[in-house]
Design a protein around this ligand. Structure first.
Ligand code: PLP
Length: 326
């Protein structure tokens, strides 16, 4: 018997073994320690520096209608994040793609949030040299995550501009996707306490940067779309918005975005793999434009979902029969 079962009475052991024979992946599937397990059973060691020090990098790709969206772009960014943090996933991108697809296949999910992670692991006891740690690769697929619920998407989010400064990129490279979220979480708590739905942080010099899980855009008073250039994760959805604007002939600038320009904007929206293009209709309690979701935002929302059917961006998942034999 596995050690954790050893002290269970025989009838419990029997139930556990029956359960183990038919693992339930309906809530999601994970790949940890080289094995596939139901999401609720996925564990990493408490001494992994990924947990103790947020010493990790990750990426999130989504599956929509049974196909990955921009899988190659996410894998490319993940490998770049790993290189920036001197983390080694130990698998080439093609093999990572296989693991992700298998997590999705096991779960059977047609709309999924699929995360890949490398943690530092743990150096030998007594050593504090990160170079001696064996980095660990983990992945999981769970049901699609929306960072705004249906009602918020319909009416537009209420956004607060926080006085909390985002960790500067000179300290933690924002281009490498990371778990240094205390600034985002404290900012979000303040915004929620004040009655807003979500928050955007600043760079400490009067510009807005990004929020918990999203990049920020506005359509300014001149009708130009603006998104911050520095101090942000280069979101794949942000890149998609930039490409959609070019395809639609909409003017767009990537540059510093003063909070005052955001407050005077005609339209504001967020971009995230957790829902795509998400409208914002209030900033610090004041209506954006006429307070309704604007036409540029609507056009980008529609184009975003239309692009999910474009073979340039969609990688279908093979949902054929699978067994967990590894
Ligand atoms: N900025 C931060 C801090 C994020 O964590 C995320 C996504 O989780 C984003 C921006 C948006 O990136 P993407 O469009 O690739 O989901």
């Amino acid at each position: 018997w596995p050690r954790r079962w050893a002290r269970s009475p025989p009838e419990v052991r029997h139930a556990m073994s029956a359960q183990a024979a038919t693992p339930d992946y309906a809530q999601g599937a994970a790949y940890v320690g080289g094995q596939y397990v139901p999401i609720a059973e996925a564990r990493i060691p408490i001494t992994d520096w990924g947990f103790l020090r947020s010493d990790a990098t990750y990426d999130v790709v989504t599956v929509w209608d049974g196909a990955f969206f921009r899988l190659d772009a996410h894998l490319e960014r993940f490998m770049a994040s790993c290189a920036r943090f001197r983390l080694d996933p130990g698998l080439p991108p093609a093999r990572i793609a296989d693991v992700l697809a298998r997590c999705v296949r096991l779960s059977g999910l047609r709309a999924a949030y699929v995360e890949m992670i490398v943690t530092r692991g743990q150096p030998p006891w007594g050593s504090r040299d990160p170079r001696q740690a064996v980095n660990q690769f983990h992945a999981f697929a769970v049901p699609y995550v929306w960072i705004a619920n249906e009602a918020q998407r319909a009416r537009g989010l209420h956004l607060a501009v926080s006085s909390v400064q985002r960790i500067p990129s000179t300290s933690v490279d924002a281009r490498a996707k990371n778990y240094h979220w205390n600034d985002l979480t404290m900012g979000l708590l303040g915004a929620l306490d004040g009655g807003a739905d979500t928050v955007v942080l600043s760079d400490g010099a009067g510009h807005v940067v990004e929020g918990p899980g999203f990049n920020l855009f506005c359509v300014n008073a001149q009708g130009t779309i603006v998104t911050p250039a520095e101090g942000v994760l280069e979101g794949i959805t942000r890149r998609t918005v930039i490409e959609m604007a070019a395809a639609l002939g909409l003017p767009l600038q990537v540059r510093a975005l003063p909070a005052a320009e955001l407050r005077g904007a005609r339209e504001v929206f967020l971009s995230s793999s957790g829902g795509g293009v998400l409208p914002v209709t209030r900033v610090d309690g004041a209506p954006v434009g006429d307070g309704a979701v604007g036409p540029v935002t609507r056009q980008l929302v529609d184009t975003y979902w239309a692009w999910h059917r474009d073979p340039r961006f969609a990688t279908p998942v093979d949902y054929g029969p699978d067994t967990v034999s590894e």
